[in-house]
Design a protein around this ligand. Structure first.
Ligand code: ADP
Ligand code: MG
Length: 391
């Protein structure tokens, strides 16, 4: 289904729900990070793309109560009714509409007057599946509010407004990647994002012969040891012992020279981050050159580093990567790696488009054989970022 067709479908459901057609429709995509993992909080680079899965929000001016926003989602959570005459504040943690509420608050904080409206939200991004349905919800809401109010935000400011909504309303201290790519994604392009300067570069990936295949392992290992916080602390300690502000500023040679006096665990963590930043820049270069063998090699190296040095993989993620490697270039697979924070979630593979169905079938069958778990698979080319479908 094209994005326009999805928009029309949501318009129909809006009409069924509210008894009148929507005046405005906006959409924003989920994303996958192709390479650059655990680099964001080390001031490094990430290299995501928007995927062909969208959150669509359709809206019309409020019916009876003019200073009220009514939000409904097709995924079955109860509707929200937000009184715009009152100061906005977060609903209890875990409430689904905290994401759009935080975005409304961001517009209010800029003095932008938002009139009441009724909205219906529908998403083809799986919720909680590691493809960032949360950013898609925030960015689609922000895009809708730009359309309703006529107050257009600069793309960086828009992404940061959405990130702040996730921090302060959803209580999730995320980085900047998800919102940046959901705002700035473009068909046939990946986004190289410098998490230090926030500079972005759209890198063309126009060769239609390759696609990205995402496999959700459908496991999420609950960790009790505060693993993310530990990794961050280890990175900070490693940077300090190297005498740099962040690992972005350290080189592999510098790290090797300090091997004797660095704690061995911190050393491995730093080796991942420093290597991954370098791999991400190399991958951008290889994508520009349509050198898919090289991109694939960098993806496998990224996975090995996350598994062995950063220790954030798990048997299920490793299983998918091994199966992909077994299919190999002859079967149409260039490379594969875990994507996202780790300990479960998704892998991303670079594959030949003509073989994608056979590859997906094989990964699904072999993964289930090995683990007893059914995976979910998605194929995408680099897709469009936030889009206004009806203004
Ligand atoms: P991810 O971003 O990886 O999908 P998160 O836990 O960050 O996972 O965000 C998922 C949450 O976002 C859901 O539990 C829900 O509260 C909210 N959400 C996202 N999309 C929708 C939607 N279309 N309708 C209702 N709630 C949504
Ligand atoms: Mg999220």
């Amino acid at each position: 289904m094209t994005l326009n067709e999805l928009g029309n479908l949501v318009a129909e459901r809006f009409t069924q729900t509210y008894g009148r057609p929507p005046r405005w429709i906006a959409a924003a995509p989920g994303r996958v990070n192709v390479i650059g993992e655990h680099t964001d909080y080390n001031d490094g680079f990430v290299f995501p793309m928007a995927i062909d899965r969208y959150t669509v929000i359709a809206a019309a001016p409020a019916g009876e109560a003019p200073a009220r926003v009514q939000l409904r989602s097709t995924v079955g959570n109860g509707p929200a009714s937000i009184d715009l005459a009152q100061p906005l504040k977060p609903a209890p943690k875990g409430t689904w509409y905290n994401y759009p509420l935080g975005v409304l608050a961001g517009f209010a904080a800029r003095g932008v007057k938002v009139p009441g409206f009724d909205a219906l939200i529908h998403s083809t991004v799986p919720l909680g599946g590691g493809l960032s349905s949360s950013a898609a919800l925030e960015v689609s809401t922000a895009t809708l509010l730009e359309t309703i109010t006529g107050h257009k935000l600069d793309p960086v400011e828009k992404a940061l407004l959405c990130q702040k909504a996730e921090h302060e309303y959803a209580g999730m201290p995320c980085g900047i990647m998800d919102q940046f790519i959901s705002v700035m994604g473009r068909p046939d392009h990946l986004l190289l994002l410098d998490c230090r300067s926030r500079q972005t570069e759209l890198v063309p990936m126009t060769d239609g012969a390759v696609e990205l295949l995402i496999t959700n392992t459908n496991v999420k290992h609950e960790l009790t040891g505060g693993e993310y916080a530990k990794r961050r602390a280890q990175c900070e300690a490693a940077a300090k012992s190297l005498g740099v502000a962040s690992l972005r500023d350290a080189t592999a040679a510098q790290l090797e020279a300090a091997a004797g006096k660095t704690d061995p665990v911190a050393f491995r963590r730093a080796r991942h981050v420093i290597g991954e930043i370098e791999r991400t820049l190399q991958a951008a270069k290889a994508v520009r050159a349509s050198n898919w063998a090289k991109v694939g090699e960098l993806m496998y190296a990224s996975h090995a580093s996350l598994r062995d040095d950063y220790e954030v993989s798990c048997p299920e993620l490793d299983a998918v990567v091994e199966i992909a490697r077994g299919i190999g270039p002859a079967g149409g697979v260039y490379g594969c790696r875990m994507t996202g924070g780790g300990f479960g979630g998704c892998t991303v593979a670079l594959v030949r488009a003509e073989s994608v169905q056979a590859i997906a079938d094989r990964i699904a069958a072999d993964y289930e054989k090995r683990t007893g778990i059914k995976p979910s698979l998605f194929v995408s080319r680099p897709a469009a970022g936030a889009t206004v479908l009806r203004a």
